[in-house]
Design a protein around this ligand. Structure first.
Ligand SMILES: Nc1ncnc2c1ncn2[C@@H]1O[C@H](COP(=O)(O)OP(=O)(O)OP(=O)(O)O)[C@@H](O)[C@H]1O
Length: 317
């Protein structure tokens, strides 16, 4: 079978749909991930991340559309896909009395590795994921961070070109999260292509080259974290402190086409403003010309969490 490649994309979702009864778990999602890059798949609970990842891992079939891993279709060539892909699910099936080394070795055998090649690969995985210090420890005694490293090790054992990691940082302490980020970046620098999910944008921001934000099955925005932040900057948050003629100020702001989400909080009037700096200057001048006493007129850049909240309110659709 000749693989399909539209460009240098190693992961590609093309108009992917997956329905469960009336639930549109994945609703017309398309994006691609170039070789050697990390793509963050971000969305709230129930957004459709796991379903898309399970389709890529050939554990679920799409209702419509297709997805490609290294050019091979998950629908038509699942065997080729499986050989190229390591999947780290969000739930970890445990074998409590098996130790870490036995677990990784078992998966190496399951992937058909034998003899010296298996020995070397298991050693590499144990070293890379820092499991070698706890090689003899039974799985039942592992911390959450150790279990996540073991699960990542399992996904790496057959040296796949593509990694699909479903919420790998969930429940990790800050140190374990930093270690995970380093490992994922090292894998990308080694040429692997990574799709990693989370419901927290800040958790992924530093490790991802690009991110996609998904909600209710629909992809709302894609781009680098900077690009997404810049797209949202047109909606800046403003705070105006009005010490006299507040009602006039509110009336003027409410009738301004660039103003939305206005909240009055004592002397403070907060709102979102969609307009460039010239419009902002005109707005301030017109408030003062109307006799409003403005003691403060300020805007602030939105945090990543604000951006996420705004995107997932559907403002970008
Ligand atoms: N096997 C299934 N049968 C019925 N509905 C399902 C099934 N799998 C997922 N869903 C539904 O599809 C939607 C998307 O779920 P999915 O698990 O893909 O979201 P998610 O973004 O991974 O969420 P979370 O962060 O909570 O894991 C949800 O409404 C979920 O209830």
């Amino acid at each position: 079978m000749i693989p399909y490649h539209s460009d240098d994309s190693v992961i590609e979702l093309r108009r992917l749909h997956r329905n469960f009864g009336k639930t549109r778990a994945v609703d017309d999602v398309s994006f691609s991930v170039p070789r050697g890059t990390v793509f963050g798949y971000i969305g709230p609970n129930g957004a459709g991340k796991t379903t898309s990842m399970r389709i890529l891992a050939t554990l679920e079939l799409p209702t419509l559309g297709d997805a490609y891993v290294d050019g091979f279709s998950v629908v038509n060539d699942p065997d080729h896909v499986r050989r190229r892909l390591g999947f780290m699910p969000d739930a970890f099936g445990t074998y409590p009395s098996v130790n870490c080394h036995e677990y990784i070795d078992f998966y190496a055998r399951a992937y058909g590795l034998a003899g010296r090649q298996r020995h070397q690969r298991v050693r590499w995985v144990m070293d890379f994921t820092r499991l070698d210090g706890i090689a003899e420890k039974p799985i039942r005694g592992l911390s959450k961070g150790m279990k996540q490293r073991l699960c990542l090790g399992r996904a790496l054992v057959h040296d796949p070109a593509v990694l699909i990691l479903d919420e790998p940082a969930a429940g990790l302490d800050p140190r374990a999260r930093i270690e995970l980020r380093r490992m994922i970046r090292a894998l990308a620098e080694d040429g692997k292509t990574v799709l990693v999910s989370s419901h927290i944008l800040t958790e992924l921001a530093e490790m991802c080259d690009r991110v996609g934000i998904i909600e209710q099955g629909r992809l709302l925005a894609t781009g680098s974290v900077d690009e997404i932040q810049r797209q949202q900057r047109t909606h800046r948050e403003f705070v105006v402190r009005v010490i006299d003629h507040r009602d006039t100020a509110v009336q003027m702001l409410e009738s301004n086409d660039h103003v939305s989400h206005l909240i009055v909080d004592g002397e403070l009037v907060r709102f979102q403003y969609e307009g460039d700096v010239t419009h902002q200057a005109t707005l301030l001048a017109s408030l003062i010309a109307a006799g409003v006493s403005v003691a403060e007129f300020s805007s602030h850049a939105r945090s990543l969490e604000d951006v996420f909240m705004q995107v997932t309110e559907g403002l970008v659709q």
